[in-house]
Design a protein around this ligand. Sequence first.
Ligand code: FES
Length: 335
Amino acid sequence: MLSGMSITSDASPRQVAPAAPSSGGKVGLRVTRVETLAEGVRGLTLSAADDGRLPDWTPGSHVDLTFDNGLTRQYSLCGDRWDPHTYRVAVLREPAGRGGSAYVHDELAEGDRVELAGPRNNFALAPADHYLFIAGGIGITPLLPMMEQAAMLDIPWTLLYGGRHRASMAFLDQLARWGDRVLVRPQDEYGLLDLSVIGDQPAGTKVYCCGPEPLLDAVRVAAAGLPAGHLRTERFVAGAIPPPVRSTSFEVELARSGVTVTVEPGSSVLDAVAGAGVPILASCRQGICGTCETGVIDGTPDHRDSLLDDEDRRRGDCFYPCVSRAACDLLVLDA
Ligand code: FES
């Protein structure tokens, strides 16, 4: 994200790039280039520390980067997905952040090592007749490879890109080649984004939006008339986590491990199963990155993540144990 954006998405198919070490090992990367992309935005170019091939990825993917200081952050991949040797991410300085963006802006240098986990895609581009991309600030990052993909497939698209002011908006040079497909709308020149553009799109348009929460809220309202699944969003931070459906303990059976644990009200499923000797890979622990995704075999989950859409939840076959719980006495997981 991204600008140091923590990633979360709703209404998006989940997908892990085929070569990604998504369930275990980390890959060593080397920072090969650091550049200023816009006011408060740093771009990083990364290569495998052994100069080998990097895991494949698809538009909308993010990676977990772990820095020397132990911090792990998620960032959208915004470079060329067909370049097997290079990843690019863009990091927004977040003065009120928890230190990840400050580290990238103030300390990370060319030649430094970082650890990679992923890529993972919670914001995959689904087939459509037309796309409308809406970006707020650093939210442009996951959308860049989507535009490339749509152009490659000859699918028409439009980008509406807002930011505080022009100097703070990254990738304007790169976007200029798309001509009037791209509507650059800095707030100090145009005011808030005019979302009536959503209603002007041809039938079959899918809307992809990434940006700060107020933008996502406004887009959800403006897109209320779209068919189910035609709006896909990715958040910078976790949405509000609702109170659990049940306030009492419940059991979790781990089908593959043959272990059953009791999850007490004050414990997460993730911690409870780790305590029983079955660690599940996790990163954000906020229900936003998708790293801890676990299959559900039986029982009714109490979904509290910021990733699954209503359709995913109805299906009930996927679960994020870092925040989600059970709405029943016994939940059986594929772990
Ligand atoms: S969703 Fe990130 S660790 Fe669970």
